[in-house]
Design a protein around this ligand. Structure first.
Ligand SMILES: NC(=O)c1ccc[n+]([C@@H]2O[C@H](COP(=O)([O-])OP(=O)(O)OC[C@H]3O[C@@H](n4cnc5c(N)ncnc54)[C@H](O)[C@@H]3O)[C@@H](O)[C@H]2O)c1
Length: 259
């Protein structure tokens, strides 16, 4: 049995992970933590309020779906406790991810950070990376529910990073541009002054999570589009990450690295 703690257990994603632990025969939920859901009972387990309490349990893997403002500090605590963690929470900066990689190696404590656990979304990213070689311009539009706290999404940033591995110099400013409404052209993703991928974030009720990557060159466009219909779609990826981390002890950023 893989003994699992869910942090953010009362949230939209955390409660799906709790359900997953009951469905999978080799998973056992041993601890549930949620800052704002403490005192409730989930599967006969009392929800605790603070991740410092993880140290009182025998845990193989922590799964964290909390919030962008908490995640870096949470990860530092998992590392201090030498707990392997699967991180779904988004909002980590590039510098923070680099620090976590260092910590994970120093502590010899594996961690998987995946901005997206949906296999369809991973394929969208891989196909976008493949297409990047052949087009001069690219822009990303991502669509999410209106409760999402960070923008742009972790998935759109990860997609842009993968695309840049194939093409560091997409064109922008094909002609002189004037924004008559600030932000009309979206936010520009760049690394070391290279990249030039505009990201546009839409937030409204009705969406779960969707993304379209649009490529253009003379006389043609290519659109790669993925829709998430409900949050169950993430769970096969979460299960894959839990089983992988249980058997291995590495730092991994992106589910595509263990498919
Ligand atoms: N990686 C993926 O595939 C994927 C998919 C969907 C959402 N997300 C991300 O997962 C995160 C959670 O999303 P959600 O829709 O479930 O949000 P949510 O607001 O529904 O749930 C978050 C839960 O975490 C709890 N929480 C917040 N801070 C905490 C802390 N410091 N300690 C303990 N509990 C804390 C809240 O009380 C809440 O119940 C977001 O960052 C979101 O972008 C990732």
């Amino acid at each position: 049995m893989i003994k699992i703690a869910v942090v953010g257990s009362c949230g939209k994603m955390g409660s799906e992970v709790v359900k997953l632990t009951t469905k999978e025969e080799d998973f056992e939920l041993v601890c549930a933590i949620d800052k704002f859901g403490a005192g409730q009972k989930i599967n006969n387990i009392e929800v605790l309020d603070d991740i410092s309490k993880l140290k009182d349990f025998d845990i193989d893997i922590v799964v964290d779906f909390t919030q962008p403002s908490a995640i870096f500090n949470n990860i530092k605590q998992y590392q201090e406790m030498k707990l392997k963690a699967v991180i779904g929470t988004t909002g980590l900066s590039k510098e923070e991810i680099e620090t976590i990689e260092k910590l994970s190696k120093e502590n010899n404590t594996g961690i998987i950070i995946a901005p997206n656990f949906s296999l369809g979304a991973i394929l969208m990213m891989i196909f976008s990376k493949m297409a990047s070689k052949y087009f001069s311009n690219a822009e990303i539009i991502e669509f999410h529910h209106n409760q999402k706290k960070d923008a742009p999404s972790g998935t759109s940033i990860k997609t842009a990073q993968l695309m840049m591995e194939e093409n560091k110099n997409f064109k922008l400013g094909n002609c002189p541009e004037v924004e008559t409404i600030k932000g009309a052209r979206g936010g520009e993703y760049q690394e070391n002054n290279e990249g030039n991928i505009q990201i546009h974030a839409v937030r409204m009720p009705g969406f779960v999570a969707s993304q379209e990557v649009i490529f253009g060159s003379d006389g043609q466009t290519l659109k790669i589009h993925h829709d998430t219909i409900n949050r169950e779609c993430y769970m096969s990826g979460v299960a894959l990450a839990i089983r992988h981390l249980y058997k291995n002890n590495q730092f991994i950023y992106g589910l595509e690295n263990i498919l």
